[in-house]
Design a protein around this ligand. Structure first.
Ligand code: NAD
Length: 439
């Protein structure tokens, strides 16, 4: 079976590499010639644990190209994994998906199954089918299937090789059978449904997780006010099998390329049909507020950050990725810059991407020690292992004033209590060894 994947981003590349790992010959197409040139030399343009190694291991079954016509013309199955970013009004930008659909229509020379992996609003697969059929250059049959992706960045390879489920949305048996054949070596439950239900499974799953995060963050905010401890609360809740203990980590909100846009896109779609998804709207609103929590907290200690040395630990939206899309740092750091702070930042893999946005305004450091040296204030935005395992005594040893604002609850409070520092996290007691207000 000849498999082609359109898009070599987090979804497309991981899909292509994992399909190759399971024995398929895969051609990966991208319009970005720099990405393709890197991929040809065995270098992954994105950081994802285990991805580059698996790609290099399967190089004899992988082909990377920008020549889409060649790649599509005799493919049995074409996966679409291009981006569906958010438009200004919150709806999904389907320009890339429709663009690639037209390229497919103009290129295919034999019957094929087009599989939509990109997250697309309910009903889009039907439109893709119409678009391809309308623009077909040759008299061939095309079957469109929805196969939404559930991988999480940071664990994308694992999530794909050992998927929680494979959802196949089809309107005909043929496409369903072909997809089952494609996935026959994957050890995962397969859910077969119609295309609209498959599209909805993706949005409902992401929006539910976003809601769970916003819910625990609201409870954390209330814990701070009334003096409860969110870690204990989440722990106590998590034992209930109906609730589960995952996605109950309070923090400064979700980011990334999926939850923010997928909540807004579903809310937009519901509105378009004159229905308001109130729970999803609440998740969005809570998250917008939560993202600014750390910089707001800093006002408890300093009226302004002007002239202060500020340390930033973690730039990416979560650990295990170099992706900055919708990262809380992108709304907090501009405020710090506007305030006139002297910012030093550290991140194990996200620095190069951040430098593209802020080349001169920030001093980028290679170690946490260098970042916090002489700092008046330290912000933790990402719970990288290096941050979590950092020797706490170094904060008081190296910082000018050891005030740490932790947006990811990296440290156990019993450990913090042994140190000389002010430690302000999310939904927990503030530890202030000095018992003084600095304002
Ligand atoms: P991405 O931005 O990382 O990658 C998209 C790629 O598509 C880019 O490399 C771009 O150059 C390429 N592209 C654009 N037009 C093209 C064309 N005509 N032909 C070939 N390539 C083209 O996007 P992503 O994060 O991989 O997301 C892709 C889709 O998967 C989105 O709909 C997203 O919502 C969904 N998704 C993403 C994740 C995730 O964690 N990133 C998880 C599940 C689902």
């Amino acid at each position: 079976m000849k498999v082609t994947v359109a898009g070599t981003g987090y979804v497309g590349l991981v899909t292509g590499v994992c399909l190759a790992e399971h024995g398929h010959s895969v051609t990966c197409v991208d319009v970005d010639d720099k990405k393709v040139a890197l991929l040809k030399t065995g270098i992954s343009p994105i950081y994802e644990p285990g991805l580059e190694e698996l790609m290099v291991k399967n190089m004899d079954r992988l082909n990377f190209t920008t020549e889409y016509k060649e790649a599509y013309k005799d493919a049995d199955v074409i996966f679409i994994g291009v981006g569906t970013p958010e438009k200004k009004d919150g709806s999904a930008n389907l320009g890339y998906v429709y663009g690639v659909s037209e390229q497919i229509a103009g290129s295919i020379e034999k019957d094929c199954v087009v599989v939509v992996k990109s997250t697309v609003p309910i009903g889009t697969n039907d439109k893709i089918e119409d678009l391809i059929k309308f623009n077909l250059a040759k008299d061939v049959n095309v079957y469109v299937a929805s196969n939404p992706e559930f991988l999480a960045q940071g664990t994308a390879v694992e999530d794909t090789l050992h998927a929680s489920r494979i959802v196949i949305g089809v309107e005909d048996d043929f496409a369903g059978e072909i997809l089952k054949e494609v996935y026959k070596n994957f050890d995962a439950p397969i859910v077969v449904t119609n295309r609209k239900s498959a599209e909805m499974i993706k949005y409902a799953s992401n929006d539910f997780l976003a809601l769970k995060i916003s819910f625990i963050n609201e409870i954390a905010n209330l814990c701070e006010i009334i003096g409860a401890d969110i870690e204990d609360v989440a722990d106590g809740m998590g034992y209930d099998g109906r609730i589960g203990n995952r996605f109950l980590n309070a923090g400064i909100g979700y980011g990334g390329s999926c939850f923010p846009k997928d909540t807004k896109a579903l809310h937009w779609l519901a509105n378009f049909h004159d229905y308001e998804l109130k729970t999803v709207k609440a998740a969005i609103d809570v998250n917008e507020n939560q993202k600014l929590k750390l910089v707001k907290k800093s006002r408890k200690y300093f009226d302004s950050l002007k002239g202060l040395n500020v340390a930033v630990l973690g730039l990416t939206f979560k650990p295990g990725t170099d992706d900055l899309r919708e990262a809380p740092t992108l709304v907090n750091i501009p405020i710090m810059i506007e305030d006139g702070a002297n910012i030093k930042a550290w991140d194990p893999v996200g620095v190069e991407n951040f430098k593209n946005k802020y080349p001169d305004e920030i001093t980028y450091c290679n170690t946490i020690e260098d970042t916090i040296k002489d700092a008046d204030l330290c912000f933790i935005f990402t719970e990288w292992d290096e941050v979590k395992s950092f020797d706490l005594s170094k904060y008081s040893e190296l910082m000018k004033t050891p005030i740490v604002l932790d947006g990811r609850n990296c440290y156990d409070l019993t450990r913090v209590r042994k140190e000389n520092m002010i430690y302000d996290s999310v939904g927990r007691e503030t530890i202030n060894s000095f018992e003084v207000s600095l304002v």
